[in-house]
Write a protein that binds this ligand. Structure first.
Ligand code: BGC
Length: 724
C-alpha cells in the first residue's frame, strides 16, 4: 500500500475538545486520468477535496483493534480534481479517542483517551501522458481548528457553522506504527436510509419533541432558517415516560447531545463524526417554528445486503419481524454492538454469538463478521482468553462462558450459512486457543473452576436484585465448554487437522457434565442440555422442559442463554404448539409484549416498559438490544421450515420441515443463499394447510409424517382435508 510511504501527522499542540482540520493545497498542471486517495486516521475523519466529500463512508475508518489493525479507505477522487486543489480532513475523537466504555475507569481507558489524534494519507494521480505523482501527508501540511467544536461517541457533537478557521499552523509528524495499516476489510458504513419525522409535539412538561416513529441508529438532519449565532440544541431519547414526557435516563452517562451554532440564512445539517440511537429528539433550543418536514432521521450502518424476509398473517408478529430487522440495522455499525444509545455501544461477544444465526439469515454478514472475528483473534489474550467485548476496550475484565464462545460459535455459523470454509481456516487457531484456555484453568477433568460468569444474563428466574438467572453458572460454563470443543473437532476435521486430543477432551467433558448434573433445575438448564445434546435423553429433557413451561403458566423464564434455543428444543422434540404459544404470547413476558407497547426495535428486557407504563430500571434498559431477536432463526428454520444440516453448509441441500400454526394464518419466507433463492409459504385454508416451496437445490421434505426427496423446483403440498 502506497500509504505506507506517507507520514503520520498530528497537531503541534493539543486542540482539546475541538476537532482539528488538516489541509494541503496543490496544483495539477496536467490532465489527470485517475486519482486515488488512500487515507485513515487515529479517530474518525471526514475528508473533502475542493469542498466535496471524497466518498460516502461515514465514521471512517470504522472500528478495529486499533493497536493491531487500522483500516485504510481508498477513494476514487478523479472527478473532484481541478487545477487548483485543496484537501481538508477533519478528525474527531471517534472510537479511538472517546472514553469507552462509559461506566469504568481504568488505566487503559485513560491511556486510550489521551492518545494523539492522527492522520495519514496518500493521493496518487496518474496522468494521460503516462506519468504519475503522489502527494502524502508530511510536514508540509497545516492544521487549524475546525467547525467541529466537540465530537465524541457517547456525548454527541457541537458544530459552529459560522466559525471560519483563521489560524493555520504547521503540523507535527507523529511517530506511530504504519505496520497496523490494512486495506478496508469490513463493509462500508454508509447512510442507508432516511426516516421523515412524523410529528412535532409538546409534552405535558412543556418540552418540544420530534418523533420519527421508528427507533434508528444514525443522526437527525434538520433544516433551519436562522441568524448567525442562533443555536440549535437537542438531545435524544428512545421512549416517552408514562406521563408522555421526555425520558433518557437509560442512556446513563452518555449525554447524546447535539449543539449547532447557526450561520446566516437557511441551512441543512447533521452531525458528521458521531452517531446516536434514538426515536425522538427533544429540542431544547430551536430558532423559529419547528415543523416535521424540517427533520429527517438518517440511518447509518454497515451497508450489508438484505437476504432474508419473513411475513405472516399475524400483525403483531410482522411488527416483531420488522423490529428484529431494525435492531440488526441499528447494531451493525461496523461492529456487532449490544445497543446504540447508552454508554456502551460495544462489541459484546455474548450478544453477538446469540444473534449471529438470525443475523446471517436477514443480511449477508459474511464480510462484516469476518472482519470482526479477525479483531477477536488479535485481541485474544496471551492465554487464549477472549474478552467480553471486541474490540477489547476492557482488557482487564475477565472472560465469561457463552461470551468468549463467540470465538467458536460465530465462525462456525458463518461457515454454515455461507459455505466458504476460509473463515474456519482463518479462525481455527483462535477457536482452539479458546478451548485450550478453558482446559488450562480447569480444576478437574472437564470442569470450569470458580470463575466470573455473566450466567443466564437477565433470566427471569433471577433472584431479586440480580441480573443473573438462576441457572447454575458451572452448568452453563461446562455446557458451552463442551459445545466449543465439539466445534473445534468438527472444524479441525474439515481442515484435516489432528483433533484426537479434542475428541478425548469432549468425551471427558460430557461424562463429567452428566455426572455433575444428573437433573436440571431451570428452563435454561433443560434447554442447553437438550440443544447441545449433553442430556442422555434429549427427548425426555425436552418433554420435561415443556411440562415446566406449562407449569410456569406457559411462560418463558429464560435469559440471554436459554431464550435463543428454547423454541428450537420444544419444536424438535414434538412441542411446536407450545413453542408457538410462547412466541405469540402478548402478555409479559414474551416477544409480542413489547410490540403491544409500541416497540419499534427489540428490547433488552421483556418488560422495558411495564404494564403500568413505568420503566424496568434506568441502568440496564435499552430499547434496541438485538439479543432476543435471535428468535427469528427459529421462525426461518422451524416455523417456515427451511434449514440445512451441518453436512450441507451454504444451503447446498435443504431440509424442509415446516411447523405451521393456525394462529398465524400464514407464513412466508424468502432467503437468498449462496446456492440460490429459497421461498417457502404455508397457509391455512379451512382445515387444510397448503405448502408452497421453491428450492434451487435438492431438498429432503418432511411433511405429514413422511419423508421424501425432491430435486430443485417448485412444489405444492397439502395436509389436512385436502388431497395431496
Ligand atoms: C450489555 C449486554 C452484555 C452484558 C454483559 C450489558 O451491559 O448491554 O448486552 O452482554 O452487559 O452481561
Amino acid at each position: 500500500m502506497e500509504i505506507r510511504n506517507a507520514q503520520w501527522i498530528t497537531t503541534a499542540a493539543d486542540t482539546g475538545d475541538i476537532a482539528p482540520v488538516f489541509r494541503r493545497a496543490f496544483e495539477m498542471r496536467k490532465t489527470p486520468l485517475k486519482a486515488e486517495l488512500q487515507i485513515t486516521a487515529l479517530g474518525v475523519y471526514e475528508a473533502r477535496l475542493n469542498g466535496s466529500r471524497t466518498g460516502d463512508f461515514v465514521m471512517a475508518p470504522g472500528w478495529t483493534s486499533y493497536g493491531n489493525r487500522l483500516q485504510v479507505q481508498t477513494y476514487d477522487v478523479t472527478e473532484l480534481l481541478g487545477e487548483k486543489n485543496e484537501i481538508r480532513v477533519t478528525v474527531g475523537r471517534g472510537w479511538f479517542r472517546s472514553p469507552l466504555p462509559g461506566w469504568i475507569n481504568t488505566e487503559d481507558k485513560a491511556r486510550r483517551y489521551a492518545q494523539p489524534c492522527g492522520l495519514i494519507a496518500c493521493l496518487t494521480v496518474s496522468f494521460t501522458d503516462g506519468s504519475a505523482e503522489t502527494l502524502i501527508t508530511d510536514g508540509s501540511w497545516q492544521y487549524g481548528e475546525s467547525r467541529v467544536r466537540f465530537s465524541e461517541i457517547y456525548d454527541g457533537e457541537t458544530y459552529d457553522a459560522s466559525f471560519i478557521t483563521k489560524e493555520w499552523l504547521p503540523v507535527k509528524e507523529l511517530a506511530w506504527s504504519r505496520d497496523i495499516l490494512i486495506p478496508q476489510e469490513g463493509e462500508t458504513v454508509r447512510e442507508t436510509g432516511r426516516v421523515q419525522a412524523r410529528r412535532v409535539f409538546t409534552t405535558p412538561r412543556g418540552e418540544l419533541m420530534v418523533d420519527f416513529g421508528q427507533e434508528v441508529t444514525g443522526y437527525a438532519e434538520f433544516t433551519v432558517e436562522a441568524h448567525a449565532g442562533d443555536t440549535v440544541y437537542f438531545t435524544h431519547s428512545e421512549v416517552m415516560d408514562r406521563d408522555g414526557n421526555f425520558y433518557n435516563e437509560n442512556y446513563r452517562s452518555a449525554k447524546a447531545e447535539v449543539r449547532y451554532i447557526c450561520a446566516e440564512g437557511r441551512q441543512t445539517w447533521h452531525p458528521v463524526l458521531t452517531f446516536f440511537g434514538f426515536r425522538y429528539i427533544r429540542l431544547i433550543s430551536w430558532p423559529g417554528e419547528a415543523r416535521p418536514e424540517d427533520f429527517t432521521a438518517i440511518v447509518v450502518r454497515s451497508d450489508i445486503r438484505r437476504t432474508g424476509w419473513l411475513e405472516s398473517g399475524h400483525e403483531l408478529l410482522n411488527r416483531l419481524f420488522s423490529n428484529i430487522v431494525w435492531g440488526q440495522q441499528g447494531n451493525f455499525l461496523d461492529v456487532p454492538s449490544d445497543c446504540p444509545q447508552r454508554d456502551e455501544r460495544l462489541g459484546w461477544t455474548g450478544d453477538a454469538q446469540i444473534f449471529a444465526k438470525a443475523a446471517t439469515l436477514f443480511y449477508d454478514v459474511e464480510r462484516f463478521f469476518r472482519k470482526w472475528l479477525r479483531d477477536l483473534a488479535v485481541d485474544q489474550r496471551e492465554s487464549g482468553e477472549v474478552g467480553q467485548v471486541i474490540p477489547d476496550v476492557m482488557p482487564e475484565s475477565p472472560c465469561s462462558a457463552a461470551w468468549g464462545d463467540a470465538a467458536t460459535i460465530i465462525p462456525w455459523q458463518i461457515y454454515q450459512t455461507y459455505g466458504d470454509i476460509q473463515v474456519l481456516e482463518d479462525q481455527f487457531d483462535s477457536m482452539r486457543k479458546w478451548v485450550d484456555f478453558i482446559t488450562g484453568i480447569c480444576a478437574g477433568p472437564g470442569m470450569w473452576p470458580e470463575h466470573f460468569h455473566f450466567a443466564d444474563w437477565l433470566g427471569l428466574d433471577a433472584p431479586e436484585g440480580s441480573y443473573k438467572g438462576s441457572t447454575r453458572e458451572d452448568f452453563i460454563a461446562d455446557a458451552y465448554y463442551a459445545r466449543s470443543t465439539e466445534l473445534v473437532i468438527m472444524t479441525g476435521e474439515l481442515l484435516g487437522r489432528d483433533v484426537e486430543p479434542y475428541r478425548k477432551l469432549y468425551h471427558t467433558i460430557v461424562s463429567a457434565f452428566r455426572r455433575n448434573f444428573p437433573t436440571y433445575m431451570t428452563q435454561t438448564e433443560h434447554t442447553l442440555a437438550a440443544h447441545f445434546r449433553l442430556a442422555e435423553d434429549p427427548k425426555k429433557t425436552a418433554d420435561d422442559l415443556a411440562a415446566m413451561v406449562v407449569r410456569d403458566g406457559t411462560r418463558l423464564r429464560t435469559g440471554f442463554l436459554g431464550t435463543p434455543y428454547l423454541l428450537h428444543v420444544l419444536t424438535e422434540y414434538g412441542h411446536a404448539d407450545l413453542a408457538w404459544s410462547l412466541l405469540l404470547r402478548e402478555g409479559y413476558p414474551g416477544w409480542l409484549y413489547p410490540v403491544t407497547k409500541g416497540a419499534t426495535t427489540v428490547w433488552e428486557h421483556w418488560d422495558g416498559i411495564k404494564e403500568d407504563g413505568t420503566f424496568w430500571s434506568k441502568d440496564m434498559n435499552s430499547y434496541n438490544h438485538y439479543a432476543y431477536g435471535a428468535v427469528a432463526d427459529w421462525v426461518f428454520e422451524q416455523a417456515a421450515g427451511i434449514r440445512h444440516d451441518e453436512a450441507h453448509p451454504g444451503f447446498s441441500e435443504l431440509i424442509y420441515q415446516p411447523h405451521p400454526d393456525a394462529r398465524a394464518g400464514w407464513l412466508k419466507m424468502k432467503l437468498e443463499t449462496r446456492n440460490g433463492t429459497i421461498a417457502a409459504e404455508w397457509k391455512y385454508t379451512g382445515n387444510a394447510v397448503r405448502y408452497d416451496l421453491t428450492t434451487p437445490v435438492p431438498a429432503v421434505v418432511r411433511l405429514n409424517g413422511k419423508e421424501t426427496r425432491v430435486g430443485p423446483g417448485e412444489y405444492v403440498f397439502w395436509s389436512g382435508d385436502a388431497k395431496e
